[in-house]
Every structure is written in C-alpha cells, then in structure tokens.
Design a protein around this ligand. Structure first.
Ligand SMILES: [Zn+2]
Length: 262
C-alpha cells in the first residue's frame, strides 16, 4: 500500500503579512474610528489565515478549529482606543491571547480600496459603468462609487441581482423613478451618504443597511434604495484579501462565515 505524503504547509512570518497588508491597504494613511492594523499580537509563525467580516468569539473558535494563527477582520475590536477591558472585549482578548491568534483589522481602508474593496465589488456586481468616487468621508476621501447602468433597470431586478450575487435578504424603499439609470453604492451601513445621492439626483442607492431616519430622507428626496445586508455586502473585501495572500505567500486561507441578521 502506498502511503500518500502530505505536502508540508507553507510557513510565513506574521510581520511579513502585516507589513504587506499595511502597505497594500495604505493603513496608516486613511483616518478611521477603527484602529486598523495588527490589533492583537499572537504567533509569529503563520501557516493558515482566517478571513472574517466581524471579529467575534465564533470566528475565533472557527479559526482555531481550522488551524489558523491569524484572523483578518473587516470590523475589528478596537474603535477609538480602549476605555476598559471588561465583558465581551475581555473574553475576546482572553481567547485570542490564550490561543496565540493574531488579529488584524481593516475597516475603511478595505471598504474604499480600488481593487480589493467592498465598494468596488458591489459596483461591479451591479455592472455599473463610468465609475466615479462617491460618498465623501473626509478631506476628499470617498468610500463608494456612482455610475450608470448600460440600460435602464427596475428596482425589483436590482433586488434579485443582490440576492443572487450576495446571498442576502433584500429590502427596498421604492421612492424614485421606475426606470433606473444611475446608482450609487456604499457597502455596510450607507445612511450617512444617502443625502449626497439625493442631492446628485441619483436614481438608486445601493447599500447594506439603512438607519430609521433614512426613510424620510429617501421619501422626500425621491430616491429608490435597495439594501442587501451589512454582513453580506462586506464579505467580498476580506475574501479578496484572502485570495491575494494565498497568491502572494502561498499560505492557506479560509473564510470564517459567521453571518449576522443585519
Ligand atoms: Zn461595516
């Protein structure tokens, strides 16, 4: 009987991954309430990396089960600094430190990245053409994109497409034109950019979720909205990072799928 030799796992250094990510995502250049970069230091030697939308215990448990020494999350655990280490944060840190799992976070740098970002994937999934920056965040930094459909679409057809491409439950606000020619996209919670879309007379606002107050802004602004879920519209960024790391370092990667109901 022939014994099949298992291929040795590719070992890489944590510091090499961190500096590659910091450079690729321009981590230090983009202001954010998330403290982006390596948030929790674990093993220096990496053979497998887990990608998650949200840093949470369930994702860490999955990472440990899959043999990952690093988790890269879109929503990390340190926002505007640390005020105390209690409750859920303490339990998360305890798990990560006890299991020597590194946690790297990339919030806005990943949202707005021109090729790896959640927003460019969303715009491309809808086939938007002539993409321009949209959704001013600060000092000329934009998070999303606006563009045009090559032929007019309906609100229902965009919802169907969202469900097909992102696997998400869809909700609408049908307050704009029936024939939709232009759209703006913001992944995750796009509420703060809705007024900009109204001002620019865009036909459709595509996002993950909206807050309560957005209803009247959309109604009075005469704009359609389609929401595909915060979680689902922000999976593609970390997945693209996983593919890039696999290609660059030959390291194993796994998507840690822990959907929320948002
Ligand atoms: Zn988000």
């Amino acid at each position: 009987m022939k014994r099949s030799k298992s291929k040795p796992k590719q070992k890489i250094s944590r510091d090499a991954v961190v500096s590659f990510l910091d450079k690729t995502l321009r981590t230090s250049e983009i202001g954010d309430s998330s403290v982006n970069g390596l948030q929790v230091e674990g093993n220096q030697e990496i053979t497998k990396i887990g990608l998650a939308v949200d840093a949470c215990l369930e994702a860490y448990r999955l990472a440990q089960k899959n043999g990952c020494q690093m988790v890269i999350a879109h929503h990390g655990i340190i926002w505007n600094g640390i005020k105390n280490i209690r409750g859920p944060l303490l339990r998360q840190l305890d798990f990560l430190i006890s299991n020597k799992i590194n946690l790297y976070a990339s919030h806005l740098p990943l949202d707005l990245h021109p090729t790896l970002g959640n927003n460019v994937h969303l715009a491309k999934a809808f086939g938007l053409k002539g993409l321009k920056s949209f959704g001013v965040y600060t000092n000329g930094v934009h998070l999303g994109f606006e563009g045009t459909f090559s032929k007019a679409v309906t609100l229902e057809s965009t919802g169907k497409l969202m469900k097909e491409k992102f696997g998400s439950p869809v909700s609408y606000l049908p307050f704009g034109p029936k024939k939709i020619r232009t759209a703006a996209v913001i992944s995750g919670r796009g509420s703060s950019a809705l007024a900009e879309a109204v001002e620019k007379k865009i036909d459709l606002f595509i996002t993950g979720e909206l807050i309560h107050e957005s209803y009247h802004i959309a109604l009075e602004g005469g704009i359609n909205t389609v929401c595909g879920g915060h979680y689902h519209t922000e999976k593609s960024g970390v997945q693209a990072l996983g593919d890039l790391l696999k290609e660059k370092f030959g390291v194993e990667t796994v998507f840690l799928d822990v959907p929320t109901s948002f």
